[in-house]
Design a protein around this ligand. Structure first.
Ligand code: SAM
Length: 326
């Protein structure tokens, strides 16, 4: 379905929980977090029903996110059922990788071939400092297991933060020489309750690109329609790729094809806009599919033209990232 700005909306990011087993400095504070009560979180049944309606409206790709999707009880059974929803072409998952070693084979067996693993450091101590948890080894073993069971490609998302992990940009780039990973550098975004957002922490993808070019030329790789917003490159002779997601500096709102469903059943047209449509209440009041379909239409039609951060500068969303679904 087309929105008012002639964008074709075919991608749903589905948050299945607001809880997480990490406490990344830019995302969730270690203390004082309140979580959505379980009764307010959509059940798997409710999500499946709603995804089926989204598929009727042209959604073809669904990505599970959170919080950390792999910590929700019963996630594998849910994935199995999600993979059977008629009309979907691709189902993928974003995870911090902590539970990947346990679940990689099951996820693959459900029919999911694409996973993104968020990993901001290749150093155990640094990982602990960023995430508040000593799970680096687990994540690394999870990546190995994912490779072993045949996930391809495995995308590694790195949020580059000046003074925190930017000295590892070249190490991440070099990793693509040895491993078939698609390492994607993501700009730090001004969301999150603890919000360490500060202009002097921000590194643009342009700056990251320049730093990587000091170790070798980056060759552009042709985009394909399912690539999403990353600009893709590779170092010569690399097994993997390097992607750049300039969410702020090079915003891709003109081509944004996404909707987001929060774990508590609110449909959003933009990560940065607090405009959302309550889906849970009508779902639970059994208002009927045609009403729910009209709410999807409404959200698509009113999808914000852009996130506005380039013009207005950084601002905080009311909901933190774990409650929206990153
Ligand atoms: N737990 C899963 C994971 O780690 O991928 C899914 C949810 S997490 C919120 C999704 C992504 O959002 C992660 O790659 C995380 O690094 C990113 N993220 C969270 N807060 C961010 C921020 N303020 N700026 C940029 N990326 C952020």
């Amino acid at each position: 379905m087309l929105d008012k700005n002639h964008r074709f909306i075919n991608y749903l990011r589905l948050s299945i929980t607001d809880r997480c087993n990490l406490r990344c400095i830019y995302c969730m504070p270690d203390e004082g977090m309140s979580f959505i009560p379980h009764s307010e979180i959509l059940t798997y049944e409710e999500m499946l029903h709603f995804v089926g309606l989204c598929a009727q409206k042209g959604i073809r790709k669904v990505r599970l996110t959170g919080g950390e999707p792999l910590i929700r009880k019963g996630v594998i059974g849910f994935l199995e059922r999600l993979c059977k929803v008629e009309g979907l072409d691709e189902i993928s998952l974003t995870t911090n990788g902590v539970l990947l070693k346990t679940f990689a084979a099951d996820i693959k067996n459900c029919g999911i071939c694409r996973i993104n693993v968020s990993l901001d450091s290749l150093k155990s101590e640094r990982f602990f400092r960023i995430t508040g948890r000593d799970y680096f080894e687990r994540v690394y073993e999870g990546l190995d297991e994912a490779e072993h069971v045949g996930f391809s490609p495995i995308k590694i998302n790195v949020v580059a933060i000046k003074g925190v992990n930017d000295d590892e940009i070249l190490d991440f780039a070099r990793l693509t020489l040895e491993k078939p990973y698609h390492v994607r550098f993501i700009e730090l975004m001004p969301v999150g309750e603890k919000n360490i957002w500060m202009a002097d922490r921000f590194i643009s993808t342009k700056e990251i690109f320049k730093r990587i070019e000091t170790i070798g030329a980056l060759q552009a790789i042709g985009q394909n329609p399912l690539d999403g917003p990353a600009e893709r490159y590779a170092l010569e002779g690399a097994k993997g790729e390097i992607g750049f997601i300039g969410a702020l500096s090079n915003h891709f709102c003109d081509n944004c094809n996404r909707l987001r469903l929060t774990a508590d059943g609110h449909l959003r047209g933009c990560l940065f806009s607090d405009q959302e449509t309550d889906i849970k209440t009508p779902l639970r009041e059994s208002r009927g599919d045609s009403y729910l379909l009209s709410l999807i239409d409404h959200t698509i039609l009113n999808k914000p033209k852009d996130h506005g951060l380039v013009k207005s500068g950084p601002r905080k969303c009311t909901r933190p990232m774990n409650r929206i679904g990153g």
